[in-house]
Design a protein around this ligand. Structure first.
Ligand SMILES: CC(C)(COP(=O)(O)OP(=O)(O)OC[C@H]1O[C@@H](n2cnc3c(N)ncnc32)[C@H](O)[C@@H]1OP(=O)(O)O)[C@@H](O)C(=O)NCCC(=O)NCCS
Length: 358
């Protein structure tokens, strides 16, 4: 069993390039029309109040770890990084396979990443941005040369499908990115992270933890499903997205004008529109895919980022503002530039995309 040791005195500051990305979305699409058939709601209400048209739901046998592994493999392939060389895996999730062991160990084993340390970040929907910022720290400090950062959720297993105020919102999926140390001018330019535990009861899964372990009563009363004060969260979200975004941009020494794309947590289209107004950034500079996936919690920014990179919507040298909020209450925002302007990795990739499209 390889031991992980890092000699702090040997650490040097490095930049990190984002060299690979991938997603995994379950095949099963659940439309608003299908939800209409089970609870008192309408497609029109859901679209108007949230922007969501459909979401993906994991099949029996699909789990947070299986989706994380698939997204992780795709990101490693894209980066051309051998799994044997991978040093660190961080999995952000609120819906691990089990409370114990950490789902990151299942992901590490499933990938065959025998030389990687693995850990979980659990800051709810903020998770992927928190995990990405954390991974940058390990690479910037010289502690690790690379990292695989994954956001993965199986929220459908924690939703009360009879509660119309929550079951319309959530979906399953995973997104992943690979970071690798580089001397090029790119990486994490600035970030903020925050927590306000006074709002801890606004979104929660009350039972199944040490406060209320599973009992026949807790299961019968659906206490193992998501409970949410939608209006309070909405208010918090509209305020914090703009504030966290602003603070991260200031930490990067920039202004909103210098941000090419904002990739916000996909919780509600109206929250994103409100943040765009507060930031004074046109909505067409926001990456939005909530229509197709709903709120995939810790996976949402990861999926949006990976899809925008994949489609070429985001250019390699663009400055991106990633910003998320969630249960806790928590928030995080980061200004990142995936790669230096002159990166050969990206030029090769984009040339091959252009050639294959001819
Ligand atoms: C949940 C949310 C979509 C509800 O939308 P809203 O416009 O705030 O709706 P309200 O909660 O004010 O409810 C308005 C009415 O719609 C009803 N309603 C709620 N869900 C409904 C649904 N699916 N279909 C039809 N009506 C619904 C309510 O019962 C309420 O009826 P009433 O006025 O008769 O009491 C919205 O509050 C939200 O997105 N909040 C943030 C949630 C979030 O981001 N969570 C994840 C954080 S990471």
């Amino acid at each position: 069993m390889p031991a992980k040791t890092n000699n702090v005195s040997n650490m040097t500051t490095r930049n990190a390039a984002l060299t690979g990305w991938g997603t995994y979305l379950p095949e099963r699409v659940v439309t608003n029309a299908e939800i209409e058939a089970t609870v008192d709601t309408t497609d029109d209400w859901i679209v108007r109040r949230t922007g969501i048209r459909e979401r993906r739901i994991a099949a029996t046998g699909e789990t947070t770890s299986s989706m994380a592994i698939e997204a992780g493999k795709r990101a490693l392939d894209q980066a051309g990084l051998s799994v044997a060389d991978l040093q660190l895996i961080i999995v952000a999730t609120t819906t691990p396979d089990e409370l114990c062991p950490p789902v990151s160990s299942r992901v590490q084993y499933g990938l065959g990443a025998t030389n990687a340390a693995a850990l979980v970040v659990q800051t709810a929907c903020t998770g992927f941005v928190t995990a990405l910022i954390t991974a940058y720290q390990f690479i910037n400090s010289g502690a690790f040369p690379n990292a695989l950062v994954i956001g993965a959720e199986t929220l459908s297993r924690f939703v009360d499908w009879e509660d119309r105020s929550t079951c319309i919102l959530f979906g399953d999926g995973a997104g992943a990115v690979v970071l690798e140390a580089t001397d090029g001018a790119c990486g994490l330019h600035g970030f903020v992270m925050g927590s306000d535990g006074s709002g801890a009861d606004e979104i929660k899964i009350p039972a199944g933890g040490s406060v209320e372990p599973a009992t026949v009563m807790s299961v019968a009363s659906e206490q193992h499903t998501i409970r949410m004060n939608g209006r309070a969260v909405f208010k918090f979200a509209t305020r914090i997205l703009a504030m966290a975004g602003q603070n991260a941009v200031v930490a990067a020494g920039l202004t909103f004008d210098a941000v090419d794309w904002v990739i916000p947590h996909q919780a509600n289209k109206r929250i994103i529109e409100s943040a765009a107004r507060s930031m004074g950034i046109p909505e067409d500079r926001f990456v939005v895919n909530i229509e197709w996936y709903g709120n995939t919690s810790a996976a949402s920014v990861a999926i949006a980022l990976a899809e925008a990179l994949d489609s070429g919507q985001i250019q390699p040298y663009d400055k991106l503002l990633l910003v998320a909020f969630g249960a806790g209450l928590t928030w995080a925002a980061a200004v990142v530039q995936p790669e230096p302007v002159t990166s050969s990795h990206w030029h090769e990739r984009f040339e091959s995309v252009v050639l294959s499209e001819r």
